[in-house]
Design a protein around this ligand. Structure first.
Ligand SMILES: Cc1cc2nc3c(=O)[nH]c(=O)nc-3n(C[C@H](O)[C@H](O)[C@H](O)COP(=O)(O)OP(=O)(O)OC[C@H]3O[C@@H](n4cnc5c(N)ncnc54)[C@H](O)[C@@H]3O)c2cc1C
Length: 443
């Protein structure tokens, strides 16, 4: 997805591009064809609503920028209500054909196993980056900075948490500053609620690993349901331990268990549930997590999961132009940068292709506007996210800077989302215009 889009964007601006693709010589467990742009699982690009949905907004922005992936998806659209579902084989065949027949693109079917020293490169090798290249990246970045599994705890919108039940406090009030002493958001449970929660967790439907995925992640990041299977008290002695915390709403009652949430972005609009990585199915996850006092009406920016997934600690490794700080001739794009999903991956390819082009043409591009969906996402992965707990992210409105004068919470949602998307469209179009003008000037 990302590599195809990046190549298209650069080639259409006159840059000669070589795509290196290891398939079909080297296979992955998920890809089944030789095509570029293969959708490895679902055939959906999710919502196409550009006014009320952040993914739909990314669609709109990619269309406005002449995106190969999004425009080809529209050509092969299948009926799916408000979602953009496609005929996957026809879609990938067209993407491949367009790239193969482009006069500025050559495709070389070979595996890359080393980091290149010179030339402009975009590494978009995805969640299933081959082993050799993974090792070469780790040699450059350090082993801690490239993960091979994600372990995503659910992330929710701060304004959907009921603060009449929850409170802010770090365990034992640890920390030098008041901000640190109040860094965690706590949701208390009495014994009955805890027992009901454990029952629901054990009964919830879980997803299986895909064939070919291994569960080598297990050391140190067990899913909560696996912890609960090991004993009903395990969670109470692990991520749900109640010690060192006092509930200001009921100071005389000691909580039986406490679920802790931590800020997930610098804006403070998103919180993740600490230690709650899970393989519960999405529907079950919402039902079970809403049993937590304070989270009854929680709205989720992304649900939890554990997958085979190669991704960088982008907040520490990449600059705002998606370049590797230690080797700025190399950009990263797609899922390996810590975004999640076909659409987000293609979007990061679009940006990387345009940013590399601008650099090669000597154009001085303004920063990708943070108010656009592309900008919100790239800003998150290259700096807005907490580096220490960084896990892959979907695009969602929690990544957007708050709008002045609009209502928070569920009630204000329609107006707020329309405000975000209007603001994003304007910012994105202005950014694209600067490139047209600059490109004309360069000619
Ligand atoms: C099993 C699985 C299921 C998924 N299901 C979905 C889903 O349903 N919906 C969704 O939105 N997202 C899904 N994803 C997540 C993700 O968005 C997609 O994998 C998406 O294709 C990522 O885009 P990408 O461009 O980053 O990587 P890819 O589309 O995977 O492209 C990377 C390319 O690089 C090639 N490559 C790898 N290493 C090398 C090398 N060393 N040299 C040369 N070429 C190399 C690969 O063969 C591949 O063609 C899934 C991921 C996996 C692993």
């Amino acid at each position: 997805m990302a590599g195809s889009e990046a190549a298209w964007q650069a080639a259409n601006r006159g840059i000669p591009v070589v795509i290196h693709e290891m398939r079909p010589k080297v296979k992955t467990f998920a890809h089944k064809t030789e095509n570029l742009g293969e959708m490895v699982c679902s055939n959906s690009f999710r919502s196409d609503d550009s006014e009320q949905n952040a993914v739909g907004l990314l669609h709109w922005e990619m269309r406005t920028a002449g995106g190969l992936i999004i425009n080809t998806a529209h050509e092969h659209r299948l009926p799916a209500g408000g979602a953009l579902a496609v005929d996957r084989d026809a879609f990938a065949a067209t993407v491949t054909e367009r790239l193969k027949s482009h006069p500025n693109i050559r495709i070389s079917f070979e595996e890359i196993n080393e980091l290149p020293f010179d030339g402009q490169w975009i590494i978009a090798t995805g969640p299933l980056t081959s082993e050799g290249l993974g090792r070469a990246i780790q040699a450059e970045t350090g082993t801690e900075a490239l993960a091979f599994f994600d372990a995503i705890a659910p992330i929710l919108y701060a304004d959907s948490i009921d603060m009449s039940k929850a409170w802010m406090q770090s365990r034992y009030d640890k920390g030098e500053t008041e901000e640190e002493q109040r860094a965690y958001l706590n949701c208390p449970m009495d014994k009955d609620t805890y027992e009901a929660f454990i029952d629901a967790l054990l009964a919830a439907e879980k997803t299986e690993f895909h064939e070919g995925e291994t569960a080598g992640y297990f050391d140190g990041c067990l899913p909560i349901e696996v912890m609960a299977e090991r004993g009903r008290e395990t969670l109470r002695h692990g991520p749900m331990k109640p010690v060192g915390l006092t509930n200001p709403h009921q100071p005389d009652i000691k909580a039986h268990a406490v679920v802790q949430l931590r800020r997930d972005n610098a804006l403070g609009t998103l919180f993740n549930i600490v230690g709650f990585q899970t393989k519960m199915k999405y529907g079950a996850q919402k039902d079970v997590l809403r049993l937590i006092p304070g989270l009854e009406n929680a709205q989720f920016a992304r649900l939890g999961g554990i997958h085979r997934n190669t991704f960088l600690n982008s907040p520490t490794l990449l600059d705002h132009q998606m370049r590797l700080k230690s080797k700025p001739n190399i950009r990263f794009a797609g899922q390996i940068t810590g975004v999640e999903g076909y659409v987000e991956s293609a979007a990061m390819g679009l940006l990387a292709g345009r940013l590399a082009t601008a650099e090669l043409l000597g154009m001085d591009l303004p920063q990708v506007p943070q108010d656009s969906a592309h900008g919100a996402l790239v800003h998150h992965i290259t700096g807005g996210a907490e580096a220490k707990t960084f896990q892959p992210m979907n695009v969602n409105f929690g990544l957007f800077r708050p709008l002045d004068g609009v209502k928070g919470g569920r009630r204000g949602r329609v107006t707020r989302y329309k405000g975000y998307t209007d603001r994003a469209k304007e910012a994105w179009t202005t950014w694209l215009d600067t490139q047209t003008l600059d490109a004309n000037a360069a000619e």
